[in-house]
Design a protein around this ligand. Structure first.
Ligand code: AVI
Length: 319
């Protein structure tokens, strides 16, 4: 991207951040969209979260992909083009592509071109000769793949990490429906979904002893100070992770340590002591609930794999 274009994109991004923050902090229950957690520092902290002893999802999903890869490959069949939604660093794609029979292409999809580079480079290095075609698109909206990947029998959507859990159930259904339309006739989808389990395990995974998740959450306020000119006192808020049993989700909040005011975009936002900003939901699923969600999105279960402890699930869905 040219410098001028990059500058315009950064300014547009700051404008959208400010607009979302003004709307979220004006709501009766203050909230900020979780997508803003991922600036460069947030991405670095999230990467560190995936290696924490308490954060079981990443290593458990990798273990399922490793242990059940051969079975997944048989169920998927040869010549699949893998379309990964939000590929991160591409490590899971490499694991999947290694298991598949004659994959014909890898298409990582993300809104931020710079995020696609790491995944594309890792996959290209691991599979020289495999066509790697990054797609710059917002996968929470409808988008078009430029025709069927050459020589592919199937478009295989890949959405690991239980990122689907960061959507509301309605958003999850919309995503599944749009993914089905984007992937086309006869598509398959390999989907990672975290499972409901004891509150203590869940809350520890989102409030680790080393404080990395706390730093990840608090970075959102630092980002608002850096990019939107807010004046949050970073020691004035603390990270909280709570299991909401009715909604079956872990919620991340930032709780005000005292009564205080914060300036943002020419406005003043008041916080009572203990009042929170709700920053993220991470829904956990029971298998029957996931099946319902998939069906509402136009998909049916072909197979499901889990680890021995039943912590995490990987689903093969058919359109
Ligand atoms: C990206 N996403 C699936 C993570 C999750 O587990 O919901 C984000 C995260 N938030 C705190 N820890 C990890």
């Amino acid at each position: 991207m040219s410098t001028a274009l990059a500058r315009d994109a950064a300014a547009a991004q700051r404008g959208a951040l400010l607009a979302d923050a003004l709307a979220g902090l004006s709501a009766p229950r203050k909230t900020l969209p979780c997508k803003w957690l991922y600036d460069a520092e947030g991405a670095r902290l999230f990467e560190a979260i995936t290696r924490l002893p308490e954060y079981y999802p990443t290593r458990t999903e990798m273990q399922i992909l490793a242990e059940s890869g051969a079975e997944m490959s048989r169920a998927i069949g040869p010549d699949a083009a893998v379309v990964e939604f939000g590929p991160g660093d591409g490590v899971k794609a490499v694991q999947l592509l290694r298991a598949l029979e004659r994959p014909v292409a890898y298409l990582p999809v993300d809104i931020a071109p710079e995020w696609l580079e790491a995944a594309a480079a890792r996959v290209a290095a691991a599979f020289p000769g495999l066509p790697v075609r990054p797609v710059v698109a917002d996968f929470t909206r409808a988008f078009a793949l430029a025709g069927r990947a050459e020589g592919s029998a199937t478009h295989l959507g890949f959405f690991p990490g239980s990122t689907i859990g960061n959507f509301t159930p309605e958003e999850a259904v919309t995503f599944l429906r749009r993914a089905r339309a984007s992937l086309g006739e006869g598509a398959l989808m390999l989907l990672g979904a975290d499972l409901v389990k004891e509150k203590s395990v869940l809350e520890a995974a989102y409030d680790d002893a080393a404080g990395v998740t706390a730093a990840f959450n608090l970075n959102l306020l630092a980002r608002l100070n850096r990019e939107a000119g807010a004046d949050f006192a970073l020691d004035g808020f603390r990270h909280r992770a709570v299991w909401n049993p009715a909604a079956e989700r872990v919620e991340m909040h930032l709780a005000s340590r005292r009564a205080q005011s914060v300036r943002l975009g020419g406005r003043v936002f008041r916080f009572a002591a203990g009042e929170t900003i709700h920053t993220e939901n991470s829904h956990k699923y029971r298998p029957e609930r996931l099946r319902e969600l998939a069906a509402a999105g136009g998909w049916r279960e072909k197979a499901m794999w889990t680890d021995a402890a039943g912590l995490f699930s990987v689903w093969l869905l058919a359109a």
